[in-house]
Design a protein around this ligand. Sequence first.
Ligand SMILES: Nc1ncnc2c1ncn2[C@@H]1O[C@H](COP(=O)(O)OP(=O)(O)OP(=O)(O)O)[C@@H](O)[C@H]1O
Ligand SMILES: [Mg+2]
Length: 328
Amino acid sequence: MKFYNRNKEVEVISNEFKKKKTFIVVYGRRRIGKTRLVEEALKEKDHVEFFVPRKRLTPALLYFQQKLMEQEGYSPSFKTVDEFLEYLFRNVKKPIFFDEISNFQYIDSGAYSILQSLLDKHDAKLIVTGSYVGIMKRIFTHAKEPLFGRSTCMMHLKSLPVSTAVKMTQDIGYDLADSIELWCILGGIPRYIELTQGDSKFKDFIKRMLSPGSIFIEEGINVLIQEFGRKWDTYFSILDAIDFGARPTEIAECIGASITSLPKYLEDLERLEVIKRRHPLLGSKRIVRYVINDNFFTFWFKEIYPRFVKVCITDNFTVPRISKGYCL
Ligand SMILES: Nc1ncnc2c1ncn2[C@@H]1O[C@H](COP(=O)(O)OP(=O)(O)OP(=O)(O)O)[C@@H](O)[C@H]1O
Ligand SMILES: [Mg+2]
């Protein structure tokens, strides 16, 4: 699909690359277009890029060696991540792109310290992407983390605006009314908009979207798993409770946690723009209610979850399981 919007972001990245030394971090919600943005910004530039795989050390190093060979025509073999990164920074004098940098934690968690010392030593141009939790919380924002304070440009990629989302589906062949309806259920998430290709009527797309086997059925859960890892079910229960209209004390009860431990979860979901807080128009500003703030999650909780997901109540948690047997 043709690349829409994001001209400003491409310009920011291009300007950063004019500097002798740069370290750009692009982060944001899953499917928001991080990888595509960097690929577009680097399209005209000689560069090397590596998707960081969720693999163990030996297969990951073999993978990096193979990718380097494909892009540069030569690669030595590497025994450690240190050797690989050192070789790259010393010998490849062009922009380096690591997609999903937080996956280094599965290969060698020492990679971040190695990167830090290489960034300090060399005039490198490095650009990395990652999800909000993976990149921001695990790698960059805590002062004790090695890459803290090293980036020269932090870019939080947001949803595409409604005007772009509507234009994209109109270009696919939907009329204006259908395009607006599509935006109402998908929001400005490029991956979901792209998946509307193949139909040109809202009702046909909805039928496909809600058919057994559709990727949208597991998407509400998959995004949380990919974003939050093992803690995904806590975030799921929070969203479920918010969708139900629960107050903060009730949300805390739903996840079996104290009210004081709730803010850290709510903050993550707010930063991801999946929820937002509301205060009463006239009452005290201390009264807070949360609402789901993402068109896709709103639709998923209202229409997909009740149809396709079985809920098992275990202790305090509502643990969702995709029900393969049920369809519309
Ligand atoms: N601005 C855009 N215009 C058109 N298509 C886009 C745009 N941004 C992303 N896409 C498409 O949307 C899909 C998802 O984008 P991409 O893979 O870059 O997202 P991501 O944020 O890297 O996702 P993930 O978190 O799953 O890695 C891709 O197929 C991509 O081509
Ligand atoms: Mg990506």
